[in-house]
Write a protein that binds this ligand. Structure first.
Ligand code: ELE
Length: 224
């Protein structure tokens, strides 16, 4: 059993959450094995496709979520209560929503699963704080003001840590990750849908290794 705080610790330690769209649930195990081998044992499998629940189950049933090198398994694009229940039943340990729905947050809290809702405005952030949440997804990051906007929310919301997502890639990740109120970033650049569809796991491996190396070097530079 994964303790809720363990999920957020892993997210913060890794600094990157890959946002995954799977058209075929059979691709989940080779994909997450590749991510783990490339140094990124975490995944947000999105409910953008009907394959999501089967993909989560396949990963759990393959044992990838157990042991010393366990993958932290999450569900993304969760926009309904049914998604939450289906994700939990399939083995997800955290839930990510593109926006803030008090109904979904409450349901996740009732069910004891970590929830990371999307929030960009001061009003949305306050709503999340009122529900006891301090780790939020800042989505869509690039079109909501980018690093400048993330910086601007730091002063009024001292306890909040965000995971900017949307429009982030290896070229602009440093602008986000070097901010003190950013605990990690999310993105799909290392898991392109087309590469998954063509089962080109070697390109995914190199993109992921590159992303992991970039994040480590940003973190190293940020340390005094
Ligand atoms: O599906 C969701 O729940 C979302 O919130 C959207 C995704 O996180 C972003 O679309 C990823 O952004 P890109 O890295 O620009 O592809």
């Amino acid at each position: 059993m994964t303790a809720p705080e363990e999920v957020l610790t892993t997210v913060g330690d890794l600094g990157l959450v890959p946002v995954i769209v799977l058209d075929d649930a059979d691709d989940a195990v080779p994909l997450l094995t590749t991510l783990r081998e490339a140094g990124l044992p975490i995944a947000e499998i999105t409910f953008r496709t009907p394959a999501a629940a089967d993909a989560l189950k396949a990963v759990r049933d393959a044992g990838l979520t157990e042991g010393i090198d366990a993958v932290q398994l999450g569900a993304g694009t969760v926009t309904t209560i049914e998604h939450v229940d289906s994700a939990i039943e399939a083995g997800a340990k955290f839930i990510v929503s593109p926006g803030f729905s008090p109904k979904i947050v409450q349901h996740c809290q009732d069910r004891g699963i970590v929830v990371i809702p999307g929030a960009v405005t001061a009003t949305e952030i306050q709503g999340c704080l009122e529900m006891g949440l301090t780790t939020l997804k800042f989505f869509p990051a690039s079109t909501s003001g980018g690093p400048e906007a993330v910086k601007a929310i730091a002063s009024p919301f001292k306890s909040v840590r965000v995971i900017p997502t949307g429009g982030i890639d290896v070229g602009n990740v440093a602008g986000y990750l070097s901010l003190p109120n950013v605990c990690a970033v999310g993105g799909s650049w290392m898991v392109p849908r087309s590469a998954i569809q063509s089962r080109n796991f070697s390109i995914i491996r190199s993109l992921t290794q590159e992303a992991v190396a970039v994040i480590r070097s940003i973190r190293k530079e940020a340390k005094p």
